[in-house]
Design a protein around this ligand. Structure first.
Ligand SMILES: [Zn+2]
Ligand SMILES: [Zn+2]
Length: 348
């Protein structure tokens, strides 16, 4: 283990010295530490490596859905590259670091936050790994409820539905989503962490571990973790059912499996679905499904338009499954939409 840590820090130092520092100098950027940028780049490359060298080949070996081509997955790969190489490090550096410094969690105070659980229960200060575990449970619990509300409140579904519009759900789909939704989510989740006194490095580490677990849970494979482990960690079978298209014969079946990393919140609150064969993924609502034909900027723009169509109307605040109709995206109960033919052949 120490060998790996050493190898990692050697590689980071090498990258920092030979690539990042000269690049920063050439760009006349002096107030960013080359080591920080090199560390973030190494983590991003490691993740992209794991997705493309492990998860992606598994999709060819044992696919849940068989596709004639992978055309629709390309845009999701772009989303992942933008997130890992750009938005995630930028958000951590420009927003979270100053925010957490403000609350006393800066490196100058030894990385120790002055607020949070460590202050209230000093025992946690001596057991940082247990604190991290407790924080992670709370983080995932918060995510579970946030995710349920994303599906329940029409203006939030207007944003979150873009993540669900993908018909070819793959190892790249996790980062496909509305950037406005991403900002709202990140502030809520980071807020919980900062409130608990988790420092910024720990938060970044947790986010990255979650990211990998989620990349895998979106992977198009037909196997899961088995009958015991699939109750402990979210696996591809579990999350694929969350992405199922509405089944007109069982119109509530798709309201299931909201957990991000741990499935036990679904088990506890009655939304877990196991033992169901894979269904076709995507959405039936034509106003959302058309995302599949758009590029990244148009997808973001139309998602904002849907959001605006919903948030300024009373019907945008009434909980329930909705679809969007008309040029200004009026939310209506999805039972009024009528159903697209349910293409069972999209599944294997
Ligand atoms: Zn969802
Ligand atoms: Zn998903």
């Amino acid at each position: 283990m120490t060998d790996i840590v050493q190898l990692w820090s050697h590689a980071t130092a090498w990258l920092s010295l030979h690539a990042v520092a000269p690049a920063l100098q050439a760009l006349h950027i002096h107030d960013v530490k080359a080591d920080d940028v090199a560390g973030a780049a190494m983590i991003a490359m490691l993740q992209i490596g794991i997705i493309s060298l492990i998860f992606r080949p598994l999709e060819s070996l044992a696919p849940a859905d068989r596709w004639a081509d992978r055309n629709l997955t390309r845009i999701d790969r772009l989303y992942t590259l933008i997130m890992l190489l750009g938005l995630f490090p930028l958000f951590s550096y420009l927003v979270l670091t100053p925010f957490s410094n403000l609350l006393g969690g800066s490196a100058e105070s030894g990385g120790e936050s002055l607020s949070g659980v460590k202050l209230w229960i000093p025992w946690f200060g001596e057991h940082p790994w247990i604190l991290l575990g407790v924080y992670y449970l709370l983080y995932d619990f918060t995510y579970y409820w946030l995710h349920r509300i994303q599906h329940l409140i029409p203006w939030w579904w207007a944003l979150h539905s873009m993540h669900h519009s993908q018909r070819q759900m793959s190892c790249w789909t996790n980062d496909r989503g509305s950037y406005l939704d991403g900002v709202i989510q990140s502030f809520i989740l980071a807020g919980v962490g900062i409130f608990m006194g988790v420092n910024i490095e720990e938060f970044a580490f947790l986010t990255l571990v979650s990211e990998l677990i989620q990349n895998f849970s979106h992977t198009n494979v037909r196997f899961g973790f088995g009958k015991v482990l699939d109750k402990v960690l979210v696996d591809p079978k579990f999350h694929r059912l969350h992405h199922m298209r509405v089944d007109p014969d069982r119109p509530n079946l798709h309201n299931c499996n909201f957990g991000q990393v741990f499935p036990f919140w679904d088990i506890l609150f009655g939304t877990a679905l196991y033992g169901e064969p894979p269904h076709p993924t995507g959405v039936n609502d034509p106003a959302v499904d058309v995302d599949n034909e758009r590029g990244l900027i148009a997808m973001q723009w139309y998602t904002i338009k849907r959001f605006w169509g919903a948030i300024r109307r009373r019907s945008g605040w009434v909980p329930g499954d909705v679809g969007f109709v008309g040029d200004d995206f009026v939310p209506v109960p999805s039972s009024l939409l009528g159903h697209q033919p349910y293409e069972a052949e999209a599944s294997h």
